[in-house]
Write a protein that binds this ligand. Structure first.
Ligand code: 13P
Length: 256
């Protein structure tokens, strides 16, 4: 299998600039001997350039991601940040459509589609988040919801525009709750997502696309999650805020 695992930390609305730099530097020191895996951290907007400069000065392989972007390059859009600005701040990845953005900020699949387009056009690696809520799961609508998120989120793309796309399956009921999906549940959904990508695009893209899991990932459940064929990495919230904990996740037991 040629998919390089991606372990990504979503710091959400935590850490000031100096706190973010301190954690990033500690992580970069710990991670200096890791070569066969992609690592990314996504601090809040005000710390992006600072963290990125610090990692660069350490020649670190740790990548910097943003947690959101707006899909227009520049203009009178108070409070928004564009792909071009992220790129100039040293950002390489961008999380798009996180369930917290869908839930609290009203982001729709159509917004998410535009954001992915903006990321792709600026050579940023988009990490598109999808996942069902607890009530959707109870109502047996998991696959229906995922279908809509994938079909509408990726509408109008040609497969060659999505070669770097990462899909993060983050069941909303597993985020910040300690109720992680079982590795078998994650594998089943990831395999379904891969088959949807094959139907919508083609088998090459389906085979190459990285599908990572998010929702209460911890040092003690990462190895089992990663042992499954279709789990290509993790998007980690709470446990990525602490460099020591996050490095334990990055150094999971690699048996596939
Ligand atoms: P937790 O790891 O805190 O459950 O958060 C997951 C998440 O939302 C990552 O984007």
């Amino acid at each position: 299998m040629s998919r390089t695992p991606l372990i990504a930390g979503n710091w959400k609305m935590f850490k000031t600039g100096s706190e973010a730099v301190a954690t990033a530097r500690r992580l970069a020191e710990f991670a200096s001997d890791i070569t066969n895996i992609d690592i990314m951290i996504a601090p809040p907007f005000p710390s992006l350039a600072l963290v990125s400069e610090n990692l660069k000065s350490m020649s670190s392989r740790v990548n910097v991601g943003a947690q959101n972007l707006f899909y227009i390059n520049e203009g009178a859009y108070t409070g928004e940040v564009s792909a071009k600005m992220l790129k100039a701040a040293g950002v390489s990845h961008v999380i798009i459509g996180h369930s917290e953005r869908r839930q609290y900020f009203g982001e729709t699949n159509e917004d998410i589609c535009r954001k992915i387009k903006a990321a792709v056009e600026s050579d940023l690696i988009p990490i598109m988040c999808i996942g069902e809520t607890e009530s959707q799961k109870k109502d047996g609508k998991t696959f229906y919801v995922l279908d809509k998120q994938i079909q509408n989120g990726l509408q109008g793309f040609r497969s060659n525009e999505l070669l770097t796309l990462v899909i993060a399956y983050e069941p909303v009921w597993a985020i910040g709750t300690g109720n992680t999906a079982t590795p078998e549940q994650a594998e089943a959904v990831h395999s379904y997502i891969r088959s949807e990508i094959e139907k919508m695009f083609n088998s090459n893209l389906a085979e190459d696309i990285r599908i990572i899991y998010g929702g209460s990932v911890k040092p003690d459940n990462i190895s089992e999650l990663m042992s499954h064929k279709n789990v290509d990495g993790a998007l980690v919230g709470g446990a990525s805020l602490d460099a020591d904990k996050f490095i334990k996740i990055i150094k999971y037991n690699r048996i596939k």
